[in-house]
Design a protein around this ligand. Sequence first.
Ligand code: C2E
Ligand code: MG
Ligand code: MG
Length: 650
Amino acid sequence: MGEALHPLLARQLRRLGLDEAAAPADDQAWACLLQRVARAYAEAEQDRYLLERSQEIASGEMAELYAALQAERDLLEARVRERTDALQLSQGRLSSLVSLSSDWIWEQDDTLRFTYFSEGLKQATGVDPAQLLGKRRLLDSVVDVPPDVAADHERRVTARLPFRDLVYCLGAPGSRGAYISVSGEPIFAADGSFKGYRGVGRDVTHQRLAEQQVLKLARYDGLTGLPNRTMFMDELERTLALARRHGTAFALFFIDLDRFKNINDSLGHGAGDQLLTVMAARLRGLLRDSDLVARLGGDEFVVLLDGTVDAAALAHVARKALAAIAEPVLIEQRSHQVTGSVGISRYPDDGADAAALLKNADAAMYLAKDSGKNTFQFYTAQLAAQSAQQFALESDLRAALQRDELLLHFQPKVRAGDGALAGMEALLRWQHPQRGLLAPGAFITLAEDSGLILPIGQWVLSAACRQIRGWRDAGLQVPRCAINLSARQFVTDTLVDEVAQALAAHGLQADALEVEITESVLMSDPQRANHTLQGLHALGVRIAIDDFGTGYSSLAYLKRFPAQTVKIDRSFVKGLPLDRDDAAITQAVIAMAHSLGLEVVAEGVETQAQLDFLRRLGCDEVQGYLPGRPVPAAKLQARLTSRQAPARAA
Ligand code: C2E
Ligand code: MG
Ligand code: MG
């Protein structure tokens, strides 16, 4: 046996006390050996089996585990992929939003220095981020933040609070003065320490400009483009504050267009607007840039003249303004002329505050109007008293209607030939509780300007009709009675109806009444006047042209209107018979009127010489102090003759 024995066998031999070189000692030992060898094989087999089995089991488990792990990994991978996709999507979304949006994102570090701006900033505002990066908060270099807003912002930032919609104007170099709105939130690290701010910005220039436009609209008059009352009052306050501080003076003009209401009423609002626009431009063009011209409303303009309160200089400006206003205006292919009235107040002499200065300039303007229009007045304490009286008079007049203080006087019109009563004219009077009996000259303009003329006119109409009815009922023969109509009444659409109703209400025929209208009423809006006149004419009411000769129209022109009578104005009669011009005019008017089929009444006949002269010229009727002054109804009654008994029923 040259080869070495298998160790297992060698081990068995040793256990049996057998030498590997020697032969077994006996059979028993052999048998034992064989037995043991066999057992050893069996054991070895068993061992191998166990090993294989455990290996088998282990690898099965491993495979299972592996499969599980695999599944887990797949799941994880899928999730990661999903997340990555989602993240990519949202990043893409964000970055395209950031780059597409006109808004931008910004970041600041803990010292509030800018560290980042997205594209949008430059696109929206034109500001290069490079100019801002590393710089501290923009608020240091901005304009247009109201102090309270700025203070609130400071407070929030110091307290590390979020802020929203802070709007300011970027005055940064190279920008075009963009208005931006920013919102931001503080950034905190995990340990709670402040890391800076992050936020968004937005260009709001368009919005801001639109807001400013709206604001501007609120401060300027839409029609004329002039500053309106709001802006004017602001400027006046500002000027006042400066004048108080520096001890300087300034003046205020209050300008009102005379008879603007007539034009507006008769030609329509379009024409009125046109007129106002022209006037606004003229006033603006006339004054220096430093003077503020504003429209307070209606036909009221104001001028703030900063610099001089010298009376001569102001009078010069006022005259220029009046001349500019009085230039003819072409509206709807017709030339119109309006005039203005100017009232002037001065700081500090005529008022210490805006309200007083304005009120006093207004009062002075009213006095300018009263003293014949197309003129100017400085405010004085004496004028103040007068104007207070005017104001009082207006409220008195309002009350007069209710308190029944109005009454009519009647003035006869007689035939020039034989002096027989041919008609009469109702003339308005006001029994003022303090000032006594007032003639229309004292209050008719006021009534017209305040609009009170309309209810007053209606009162006159029905009072005249009532009086005629009363006389008739008393059995008296009443010749036609004339009432005067003012321009304001003439442009209402209801006049013809009102006359018809008044006649009907008192059971009168139309020929009981005559209306007198002045030339100027016809001339200011001929078409409309003619329309109303045709209506009255159709009713059967007689029409007389009053104050003829004062309105620059010709009789031939007046013939277009359905009038039956002209009344030669008192001013021509006055010079008769000696004044050659008056005589010539009167003669011509009478001759022409007759040739046109019109009757002629001469007004203001005070002397026998006038009457004789007019009689010779063939004047039809005369009216004046000679044939009879205006008198209360009861007095005129004496001149009315009784009717024959049977006529009483009418
Ligand atoms: P008018 O219609 O021309 O009336 C004639 C005016 O001349 C009246 O003045 C009358 O008193 C005055 N008068 C008459 N005869 C003479 C005279 O011989 N010499 C002088 N110096 N004056 C004479 P009054 O009553 O003061 O009225 C003035 C104007 O007021 C009227 O002028 C008329 O335009 C207006 N008026 C009068 N009543 C009314 C009315 O009810 N409504 C309207 N809208 N106006 C009226
Ligand atoms: Mg009259
Ligand atoms: Mg008259």
